[in-house]
Design a protein around this ligand. Structure first.
Ligand code: BG6
Length: 490
């Protein structure tokens, strides 16, 4: 297999917040990698725009450093050095005040006509309105323009609605690309290929055959460098409302008629709308304490009274024909024992065992591993080889992509690489539509209200040691249903 890189037409990309952390860690290294792969042509223009006083030469240095620190293949060989020189030649920088006049005329002069223009809002959401307004005033909001916005898209339904209204003043939905970078991950897309490209699974993909589904997104990192934001957000807003919710949608949705933006997003929206409200008994909040030589959360954020959760586990029900009766268990947390994200579809027991009790009994589990070691594994039951009668064992049919495809083929583009190229190609399939984001908040808000009455008096989450699997209560959430979480293991 040879991977195909189809170059995109030259475009103009403006990164508002071009000196910020996201630009440095994700956006610029992603652009560099696509340039290096031959997908971005050298007559493309990438313009950094930010308040910080610097000239183009200084920004080019900033970008070159960002690439060495964060682009995965920046190993420093000659080819790489040449690519880097070519890349920085495409860069310009404008000192710009989002809500004042500084820089706007200069920016309008740099951005060309007759090609795709994308404006990446890598800034705090409170600046979205001012940016949209100024782009409009300076004639940069026409039909060829696209805007890219990052999460957090609001902190509740009301603020998300307000943001949607603000953007809608000057941009129509087809121009707005709301990023959830989980949708750009290789395995997440593979989820759709597995479900809708095979005959094997879809007939079994319902409550008649599926006992339950588990979704785990476990991280080892703490809240490094983002304490302010995180302490106001917490795991429910930071991860559950968006990333885990998107995974849930893709695993549970009906087959869309076509793999196109609106058919896919219509089906995801139906899943969110069919979710029952989460009952307080089905929700566990945790906060990491010191452990494994690491500081605890409160120490980390410098707030000894913080009641923000760094872990959440919950049981969700989807009330529709396909899923009534099959629970979905979701959990995510920071400072857990391993960085491991996976979706496990646990099938029911066979209706009747023809073997003796001591042969053992196993369930089929289809595991979709998001990271690390992206791949898919199906546990099947076979006879334990050799003499000794009929004993059953569970063996994995393992398709670790790196092994099945070879290391080069499995060197997937980072989520940001794929998503930015989709913006330029004008493909919104992997981006969230406004109504989808609002529906996700409409489900998350009442869950948050079960502990936070808005008076700042939320009860403290349950502490769990750093480096563990989260609070014990999260294990109990499943055990009381006679089920077990899969081990958090990289
Ligand atoms: C971000 C969250 O959206 O996703 C972070 O704000 C989190 O808190 C990150 O660490 C996880 O992304 P990934 O790609 O490392 O799983």
């Amino acid at each position: 297999m040879v991977s195909r890189v189809i170059p995109v037409e030259p475009f103009d990309l403006v990164i508002f917040g071009g000196t910020g952390d996201l630009a440095r860690r994700k956006i610029l290294p992603a652009l560099f990698r696509r340039f290096r792969a031959g997908q971005i042509r050298s007559d493309t223009r990438i313009i950094g725009a930010a308040r910080r006083e610097m000239d183009t030469a200084a920004w080019r240095n900033f970008v070159a450093e960002a690439i060495s620190a964060h682009a995965r293949d920046a190993e420093g060989d000659r080819e790489e050095a040449t690519a880097r020189e070519g890349f920085v030649r495409m860069l310009d920088y404008v000192v710009l005040d989002a809500s004042g006049e500084t820089g706007w005329a200069q920016l309008a002069g740099l951005v060309g006509d007759g090609r795709v223009r994308a404006f990446y809002f890598s800034v705090a959401p409170r600046l979205f309105g001012a940016l949209a307004e100024r782009l409009h005033q300076h004639g940069m909001a026409d039909g060829d323009s696209r805007i890219v916005v990052e999460k957090p898209f609001g902190r509740d339904l009301a603020s998300a609605q307000e943001l949607n209204r603000t953007l809608a003043r000057h941009f129509h939905e087809g121009q707005i690309y709301r990023i959830d970078h989980y949708l750009g991950k290789e395995t997440v897309q593979n989820l759709m290929a597995i479900r809708f490209g095979n005959m094997l699974f879809e007939p079994l993909w319902n409550s008649q055959y599926v006992d339950h589904i588990q979704i785990t997104v476990a991280e080892t990192v703490g809240v490094d460098g983002r304490a302010d934001y995180y302490d106001r957000a917490g795991a429910m807003r930071d991860m559950m409302q968006n990333h885990l919710m998107q995974l849930l949608c893709l695993i549970a949705m009906e087959p869309p008629a076509r793999f196109e933006p609106d058919p896919v997003r219509d089906e995801k929206l139906k899943v969110i709308r069919a979710l029952d409200p989460v009952e307080p008994d089905n929700l566990v909040r945790g906060q990491y304490a010191a452990g494994d030589g690491m500081r605890g959360y409160r120490d980390h954020v410098g707030n000894p009274d913080s009641t923000t959760e760094s872990f959440v586990a919950l049981k969700a029900h989807i009330s529709n024909w396909r899923w009534a009766g099959t629970p979905f268990y979701l959990r995510t947390g920071k400072r857990l024992r391993d960085r491991a994200s996976e979706i496990a579809v646990v099938f029911k027991d066979t209706p009747h065992s023809i073997f003796d009790d001591d042969a053992g009994r196993h369930r089929n589990i289809l595991t979709i591993r998001l990271q690390p070691n992206e791949g898919i594994e199906l546990g099947v039951t076979i006879k334990e080889p050799g003499p000794g009668g009929m004993r059953l064992v569970d063996v994995p049919l393992d398709m670790t992509f790196a092994e099945a495809l070879g290391p080069e083929e499995a060197d997937f583009p980072d989520a940001y690489e794929r998503l930015i190229m989709d913006v330029i190609r004008g493909n919104q399939t992997l981006f969230m539509r406004g109504d989808e984001v609002e529906a996700a908040w409409a489900w998350t808000d009442p869950a948050i209200a079960t502990w936070d009455g808005g008076d700042g008096m939320a009860p403290a989450p349950i502490p769990y040691p750093s480096g563990s699997s989260g609070p014990r209560e999260s294990l109990m959430l499943m055990r009381r249903d006679g089920r077990e979480w899969r081990e958090i293991r990289a």
